[in-house]
Design a protein around this ligand. Structure first.
Ligand SMILES: Cc1ncc(COP(=O)(O)O)c(C=O)c1O
Length: 479
């Protein structure tokens, strides 16, 4: 055993480089699978299953195609599992940009600037009228935490500590840290991890399919007015900000109802509440515009982006804000505490901004926003076709290449489908070579929405393959 391991290491680690050519070599694969089984703790996974089945290990990707360690090919309809790889796999130009940067200078703390960070912030701001400052970090959770800290500091320094509360919405998700879990509208994500920091207050969701105000003439207005009710209950002068996804992602792909956003914006203005849009999923093209909020004519005070910023080629997130907010952190330079006293060590990794720059160039040169709008419509047409055929689909929702299909036991009662059967559909698609997603550990009884977020470069054939595979899986699970 020891010598097999030594041989493996000799073969694969040369001059400190890991040679990634083990894909179809059965013996080596076994070694890796066992190393994974014995030592890797997979994210968001119950590990008992891996005592009897091999854990999944992905090794290679090109475009939307992906291969696992056993050589099985998949079409990835969820961009790396968690709607991240917006420009698809195998982008050599991003890898080259990252390599060139790393050999020139890999790192310096974000207290200093860098060429990539300066150029990417300029390109980003060009696409975000009204915004002017970019703060670099390395995950969506972290970028959201930056906003929460800024809101608290603005409250402390400019509102006598009063405007300290932060609103969040039922079914939204903003990250995995204790601060972002305090702002989590998905109780299955936050359960067991409390107590959480105080001052985070939930407002109702805006999923029209599950209308909480059946007597209201206008659902969009009613859902937004429900936010105002919470504000009035808590006291408007205690609320500093509201954090919302433009389209709720993991909580069920919830596209906002007509009339919702203009009223939300009005409410924020009326009570002097800062509007924080979490674009971690929708940002950088997913909905067919650079940002999800740009579909709804919103003027945010904070925007956070992560996943698609560099499509997973580097770990980078950004917190973007206005000059008005920025000014609040430099108005008393003689006061040693009068600035944003925060640092993100890996927010200073220089590979992030250069990967993000190249990612953005690809989206522009290949006209991927346009492709997202066109293919998104075809995808929705495909899902609507399946809905006409399969009564188990109660609702389809989406914008651009960000789509969901909610499965129900009965279209009249809208009783959610059993989670295990929804999982069976995902599993069937996987064994037929297509990776799709579903709402996972979100709200009790509500893990019943299938999710789709393919790379923005998807073509007709790939779209058809996803829809056809889903059709077969629905037939196989539900008849
Ligand atoms: C809307 C939203 N915000 C924030 C996050 C957290 O991002 P990260 O996992 O990079 O911390 C996620 C992750 O899925 C997300 O979906």
């Amino acid at each position: 055993m020891a010598s097999a391991k030594a041989e493996f290491l000799k073969k694969h680690y040369k001059l400190g480089k890991i040679i990634m050519n083990y894909m179809h070599d059965g013996n080596d694969n076994r070694h890796i699978i066992e190393a994974d089984r014995n030592h890797v703790w997979h994210h968001l996974s119950q590990h008992k299953q891996y005592e009897t089945v091999d854990p999944p290990i992905m090794v290679e990707g090109k475009g939307l195609r992906l291969w696992d360690i056993k050589g099985r090919e998949y079409l990835d309809a969820v961009s790396g599992g968690v709607w991240t790889v917006n420009v698809g796999y195998g982008r050599v130009s991003i890898a080259d940009a990252v390599r060139d940067q790393l050999v020139k200078l890999n790192y310096f703390a974000g207290s200093a600037g860098s060429v990539g960070a300066a150029l990417f912030s300029e390109r980003l701001i060009e696409k975000m009228p009204g915004m002017s400052r970019v703060y670099y970090a390395n995950s969506g959770s972290e970028a959201n935490e930056k906003v929460f800290k800024m809101v608290r500091q603005i409250s402390a320094r400019h509102h006598g500590g009063r405007k300290w509360k932060i609103l969040f919405r039922e079914r939204d998700y903003h990250g995995t840290t204790l601060g972002t879990l305090a702002a989590c509208g998905q109780p299955q994500r936050s359960a067991d991890y409390g107590p959480f920091p105080p001052g985070f207050v939930e407002v109702p969701h805006c999923l029209e399919y599950r209308n909480q105000y059946p007597d209201a003439p206008d659902y969009g207005l009613a859902a937004a007015n429900a936010i105002e009710e919470v504000i009035l209950r808590e006291g408007p002068d205690t609320i500093g900000a509201i954090c919302l996804e433009p389209i709720t992602a993991g909580g069920g792909v919830i596209t906002p109802p007509v009339g919702y956003w203009p009223r939300v914006q009005e409410i924020c203005k009326k009570y002097n509440i800062l509007l924080h849009i979490d674009e971690v999923v929708c940002g950088i093209g997913r909905t067919g515009r650079w940002f999800g909020y740009q579909n709804y004519d919103i003027k945010p005070d904070f925007v956070t982006v992560a996943k698609g910023v560099a499509s997973g080629y580097a770990a980078i997130s950004c917190m973007i804000t206005t000059e008005a907010v920025f000014d609040l952190f430099k108005d008393s330079p003689d006061d040693p505490l009068n600035y944003f006293r925060d640092i993100s060590t890996f927010g200073g990794c220089l590979s992030g901004p250069v990967a993000a720059l190249e990612n953005m160039r690809i989206i522009e040169d290949e006209e991927l926003l346009e492709n997202t709008r066109v293919m998104g419509e075809r995808f929705m047409t495909g899902l609507n076709g399946l809905m006409a055929k399969h009564p188990v689909i109660g609702d389809v929702r989406g914008k651009g290449l960000f789509c969901g299909a909610e499965l129900v036991k009965d279209r009249i009662t809208k009783e959610p489908m059993d989670e295990k059967l929804v999982q069976a559909v995902v599993k069937q698609c996987m064994s037929d070579g297509v990776i799709i997603g579903m709402t996972n550990r979100s709200l009790p009884g509500m893990n019943n929405t299938l999710c789709f977020s393919p790379a923005l470069s998807i073509n007709d054939d790939e779209t058809n393959q996803i829809i056809d595979t889903l059709d077969k899986a629905l037939t196989s699970v539900f008849g």
